[in-house]
Write a protein that binds this ligand. Sequence first.
Ligand SMILES: O=P(O)(O)OC[C@H]1O[C@H](O)[C@H](O)[C@@H](O)[C@@H]1O
Length: 449
Amino acid sequence: MENIQLNVEKTLDFISKEKLASYEPKVKACMETLEKGTGLGNDFLGWLHLPSSITTEHLNDLKATAQILRENCEVVVVAGIGGSYLGARAVIEAMSNSFAWLEEKKAGNPTIIFAGHNISEDYLFELTEFLKDKKFGVINISKSGTTTETALAFRLLKKQCEDQRGKEMARKVIVAVTDAKKGAARVTADKEGYKSFIIPDNVGGRFSVLTPVGLLPIAVAGINIDQLVAGACEMEKVCANENMYENPAALYAATRNELYQNGKKIEILVNFQPKLHYFMEWWKQLYGESEGKDHKGIYPSSVDFSTDLHSMGQWIQQGERTIFETVVSIATPNHELHFPSDEENLDGLNFLAGKRIDEVNKMAELGTQLAHVDGGVPNLHVSVPSLNEYYLGQLIYFFEKACGISGYLLGVNPFNQPGVEAYKKNMFALLNKPGYEKESEAIQARLKK
Ligand SMILES: O=P(O)(O)OC[C@H]1O[C@H](O)[C@H](O)[C@@H](O)[C@@H]1O
């Protein structure tokens, strides 16, 4: 079977081949540091050999739990934020029919919706209203078990589920994915007797999609987790290659770091397939939290083309030349649709008659690549044979491995996120959370100035 392929040819007008080649020993050293666990953040390397360590027994346990939720729920609400949300959403959106959410909700094939990733009163009000006449279940996902957004949504959902479905059924259709011992989500799960799955200590949130954090909701959505893991396993092998040119993760890490050294401070991840929108959101957290620290790091952004060619296309073509693009391109669509011919040809589109829609999309992609490279935007290209679980698994592992290497090349700890705490501290102080008395006083004094 083919694998995903990375092509960096279209960056070579901007960085030298020789300079890129000089990364080979550095990349090799970073890979060794990851393997030996001798680098910064080395207590968070559980993702590195995660795919190949997943057992059939574990997958069966996840599938059995997923089946209980599928059988007993018309809707399953997945509560989580950041790494406890984006991976599941990325895969579920990529693998679902774009209009499935408009169909009637059915037990046996529940609709998945997400909560706990914002603090919007309107969102939560509308969600609780929508759930009023639904047989719903909840997957409560939080590694720390204390994240405010998720805990807030879960308290509302737990109560509503118990009120609507009774304590006994609620116990059946509420599942927790959290730490083995710590945190409020663990305490609640143990006390209420919920089925629970453990997030390993050594896997950070943004690297956790192949743990129950991602696998459980993905299985509940009826998506093949065996294939997802199989794809990741294949990439685990491919991305262990010491030859940089045969290892897409190594080559991607080297190329983007050399571009960064040449003033390309922003990476835009591009898709021509709207189902990949949330995959790009997942990627942004992965790279943003891993590399954006010590006043360094490429700013990860994303666009959905051709939609955004009609909004951000202008900026990309002619704005400040500090950007490069990485296109994730699906080679063959899953469906066939031919453009019809029209006798009157009032719209003048008969030159497209008989063509597949994807042929037009591919010409948009090629035309965009040529235009943007001409306009001074280096272009990396990741070709994905087709959009399925297997290749999503490959993409996930490829980007994770590249992220580890890239962070070490940059000289940061890719596995922590200390900067995220600053807003939380202020919010807790402003809300007078017990334990934040000093901070509350200080922040109130500051606001009075
Ligand atoms: O899984 P949780 O502990 O609830 O954390 C959810 C997310 O929130 C945090 O603030 C971090 O920035 C993320 O890295 C993490 O994935």
